[in-house]
Design a protein around this ligand. Structure first.
Ligand SMILES: Nc1ncnc2c1ncn2[C@@H]1O[C@H](COP(=O)(O)OP(=O)(O)O)[C@@H](O)[C@H]1O
Ligand SMILES: [Mg+2]
Length: 456
């Protein structure tokens, strides 16, 4: 993709200050990770991007998209617009080729994994470009579209929602032809109005689909019928339910928690083994394969590379630490559904010693918070987890329920106290799960375990 500053101004209704003929070949919002030749988009978030325009030019930017004129090095070109974030969306919309297909993926958990699995399922047959990392918001989605190489046939994009309207806004930038909703849980429940509000917000994706498109929905989720009612696209359901259009059967986890399972679809059946961990990934993979089948990829080609999809750091990392402790590090983030999925997998992990779950607060749950934490504690005990270390104020409910269920329980205030308790009680041979919302920062506990520093 090559665009002049003049073209950027035309697409955004902006004004060029500098050289209108300068050519942009990429877009960036972070001056520290910027390819030479980029347009730097000055967003205002926790920090004001306008403070980094000079750095961006030093790093090789050729244009900055800004809301106001700022001091720049001699010869630098600005495109001044009303709102750089909206302008980024307009540029992405303006240059997106009409024949380039978009697959949008949302849901309360599993967006990133399903996005990566979908890219893997498509890559054997189509030139595919996927969102890097977890890029899924008003900036990440247009950046994903703009980052697609010229020959790209399909863009697989993660779409996140913290507030109602977020996903509809993303769909207005580039309309997906296939929309996948992994499942409806309680992530960000506080802002979205409970599970019903979440279903409404995630449903913006299926509402945006064209009648010639497909909504890929979770057959095992009770919100699916109401989501199906909201789309004019054809609905294809995926799940363990025998009534699903694409059925996931016989999920078995190996000693490293990797699932092997069978997918049965109208396009044929096949066995699959993943490199990702947990039974929930079988579900994500079946959704990914369904997208590939809908786009005409033969089933054997769709599953050929699924085993090579890997997860990002701190997501179900399984490490045998010095001292013989097995650590399942899922500290990246947590919501009720991902906590349940993690615990279910963890409980099957072979261990010589005890199963110790270091589980912390799940944030942004609003009024559902107490009940959801209690459910985590009850589930841990029910699954036979021996020791629960509940971290953070909301996890008091986890502690109470786990204790009532018969587990040994320690309730601590924060990650530092958690580290101390872990060091005091974890013994060689134990298996330890570490998981909480991002802000709890439990990766420090996992890191200490992995380095062998937190073993009694
Ligand atoms: N289908 C699923 N159901 C429940 N939990 C899941 C599912 N898929 C992934 N997870 C868990 O959710 C967490 C986040 O996964 P990720 O793929 O990064 O999702 P997202 O992009 O939606 O945050 C991880 O702990 C992962 O194991
Ligand atoms: Mg993500």
């Amino acid at each position: 993709m090559e665009l002049t500053a003049a073209h950027l101004a035309e697409l955004t209704g902006g004004v060029v200050v500098g050289d209108p003929t300068v050519v942009v070949s990429a877009f960036a919002i972070d001056s520290r990770v910027l390819d030479p030749g980029s347009a730097f988009v000055a967003l205002t978030a926790a920090r004001d991007g306008h403070d980094f325009v000079v750095d961006a030019f030093a790093a090789g930017a050729v244009v900055a998209l800004v809301a106001r004129e700022v001091a720049t090095p001699a010869g630098a070109t600005l495109v001044v617009v009303d709102d750089p974030l909206a302008a980024l969306g307009r540029v992405a919309a303006g240059v997106h080729p009409a024949d380039r297909r978009v697959v949008g993926i949302t849901g309360s958990a599993g967006k990133t994994a399903t996005k990566d699995l979908t890219a893997a399922a498509l890559a054997g047959a189509l030139r595919v470009h996927a969102s890097p990392g977890s890029f899924n918001n008003e900036a990440g989605f247009p950046l994903t579209l703009l980052g697609a190489p010229d020959a790209t046939q399909v863009v697989v994009a993660e779409m996140g929602a913290r507030f109602p309207g977020n996903i509809a806004d993303l769909c207005a930038v580039a309309r997906p032809e296939i929309g996948v909703i992994t499942h409806i849980g309680l992530s960000h429940a506080e802002h979205l109005g409970g599970r019903a509000g979440i279903a409404r917000t995630k449903g913006e994706l299926v509402e945006a689909l064209p009648a010639t498109g497909y909504a890929v929905l979770n057959a095992d989720d009770d919100t699916t019928p109401s989501l199906a009612d909201r789309t004019s696209a054809a609905v294809v359901t995926v799940g363990v339910s025998p009534t699903a259009d694409v059925v996931v059967r016989d999920i078995v986890l190996d000693g490293g928690l990797r699932p092997t399972f069978t997918i049965e679809s109208p396009w044929g059946a096949t066995a699959v083994t993943l490199g990702l961990r947990g039974a929930h990934q079988a579900h994500n993979a079946a959704m990914a394969v369904t997208v590939a089948l809908l786009l005409g990829v033969p089933i054997d080609v769709a599953v050929a590379d699924l085993g090579s999809a890997t997860s990002a750091d701190w997501r179900m990392d399984l490490v045998e630490a010095p001292g013989g402790v097995v650590v399942l590090n899922d500290a990246y983030n947590a919501s009720p559904s991902s906590m349940h999925a993690s615990l279910r997998a963890f409980a099957t992990l072979p261990a010589r010693g005890r199963h110790v779950a270091v589980v912390g607060d799940m944030l942004e749950l609003g009024e559902c918070g107490e009940a959801e934490h209690a459910e985590v504690g009850a589930l841990a005990a029910e699954l036979g987890v021996d020791v629960v270390i509940a971290v953070g104020p909301a996890s008091a409910a986890t502690a109470t329920a786990a204790s009532a269920g018969g587990a040994e329980v320690h309730h601590v205030a924060d990650r530092d106290e958690a580290r101390t308790v872990v060091a005091a009680i974890v013994e060689p041979g134990d298996a330890v799960l570490v998981k909480a919302s991002r802000l709890v920062g439990l990766e420090v506990v996992a890191d200490a375990l992995v380095r062998g520093e937190a073993v009694a």
